[in-house]
Design a protein around this ligand. Structure first.
Ligand code: GDD
Ligand code: MG
Length: 354
């Protein structure tokens, strides 16, 4: 049977002020539909392939209630609460071991919770191909043809073709520097890693044992405790000691025998307000504005009213271009779109201020 693990533990600091510790990116409606959170959309578009009773959500303990609220169909016992974030390798290892106790033959699809996907049937067809790679015993990912030298992604060098739309991986490189990324895009032999992973529970267990022995030892302790019925207590003790490392660096960069399914379904990792603007419906001047906004000689701006009572204050823009303007109940942000990544600096400043 096929199971899904949705990774929903990131902080999403690049969406300040919409995102907060208790309200990270995946719980916000940042995709096409203003009423559906990215996390709920992830579970919904998976449903024809993996029903909610085989979906697991890995998130922070402090987010469990908010997560349950947007996912009424996922059984509560399948919301896995990490006491502290330890990045994606521990998250995936723990979830895979949990599923393997239920079904030792499990085929597992690990997906991020915060991506936008345009062509959902196309996405599911690619996912089926990736599962074929996993059935062959390979840890398989999805690759997207790169369109710019993005340094925030992993790059996959294509190996031999295994089946139509499925290739082996010559090399996996996580977040290369700018010069490398430019080389990869120009060379046309690399795909972007879409951050999704497909494998037999046993294949991931083997890979973690080979490349992350400290993690494997910790996961074994958790597994034994779960079988003895006292996982909760051991989790609080063991999870914070697990090595904090991403699956990309900890496993993918080190493994041979990987595969990649070629994907072309309109993918956006919704990394910042800039990508939110790209995805939003826009007027003829490229502005994405609340109804009623007055825009005079203003171009390519994103304005969002995220106040709870939607006061619908009248907003007027005159002679400004390429700005992001966001209002919440307790904050107001104005930033040039091209500096959207820098809202992190606000979060940092607020942290130091305490
Ligand atoms: N449960 C849990 N616990 N989830 C986590 C944790 C954690 O400690 N850390 C991150 N996540 C979740 C995030 O919420 C997101 O859904 C997913 O795991 C990936 O983490 P990111 O932090 O967003 O990774 P990234 O975007 O820098 O890089 C990954 O994704 C890129 C594509 O978007 C890598 O896989 C890259 O290779 C890839 O290109
Ligand atoms: Mg990401």
């Amino acid at each position: 049977n096929v199971y899904a693990v949705i990774m929903a533990g990131g902080a999403g600091t690049r969406f300040w002020p919409a995102s907060r510790n208790h309200r990270p990116k995946q719980l916000l409606a940042l995709g096409g539909d203003a009423n559906e959170s990215l996390l709920a959309a992830t579970v919904r578009r998976l449903a024809p392939l993996v029903p909610a009773d085989r979906v697991y959500i890995a998130t922070g303990a402090h987010l469990i209630d908010a997560t349950a609220a947007v996912l009424p169909d996922v059984p509560r016992a399948q919301l896995l609460a990490e006491p502290v974030p330890r990045n994606t390798a521990p998250c995936i290892g723990w979830a895979a071991a949990t599923i393997a106790r239920r079904d030792p033959e499990a085929l597992i699809a690990v997906l991020p919770s915060d991506h936008y996907i345009l062509d959902e049937p196309g996405f599911r067809a690619t996912l089926e191909r990736a599962l074929d790679g996993a059935r062959q015993g390979r840890i398989t990912t999805i690759g997207i043809v790169p369109t710019r030298p993005e340094t925030g992604y992993g790059y996959i060098e294509l190996g031999a073709e295994l089946a139509p739309g499925l290739s082996s991986v010559a090399r996996f490189v996580e977040k290369p520097n700018r010069a490398r990324a430019e080389e990869y895009v120009a060379g046309k032999k690399h795909l972007w890693n879409a951050g999704m992973f497909f494998f037999h529970a046993s294949a991931m267990k083997k890979a973690i044992a080979a490349h992350l022995p400290a993690l494997a030892a910790g996961l074994d302790r958790l597994d034994t405790a779960a079988k003895d019925g006292n996982e909760a207590a051991v989790l609080a003790e063991v999870f914070p000691t697990l090595p904090s490392v991403s699956i990309d660096v900890g496993v993918m960069e080190k493994s041979a025998d990987l595969a990649v399914a070629h994907g072309d379904f309109g993918w956006n990792d919704v990394g910042s307000w800039e990508s939110a603007w790209e995805l939003a419906a826009k007027d003829a001047s490229g502005n994405a504005l609340p109804d009623g906004t007055v825009a005079v000689d203003a171009h390519r701006n994103l304005v969002r009213d995220l106040t709870t009572d939607k006061k619908k204050k009248l907003v007027a823009l005159v002679g400004v271009n390429d700005l992001v303007i966001v209002e919440t109940d307790d904050a107001f942000l104005v930033i040039p779109r091209e500096r959207a990544q820098d809202v992190r600096a606000v979060v940092d400043a607020l942290r130091t201020r305490g």
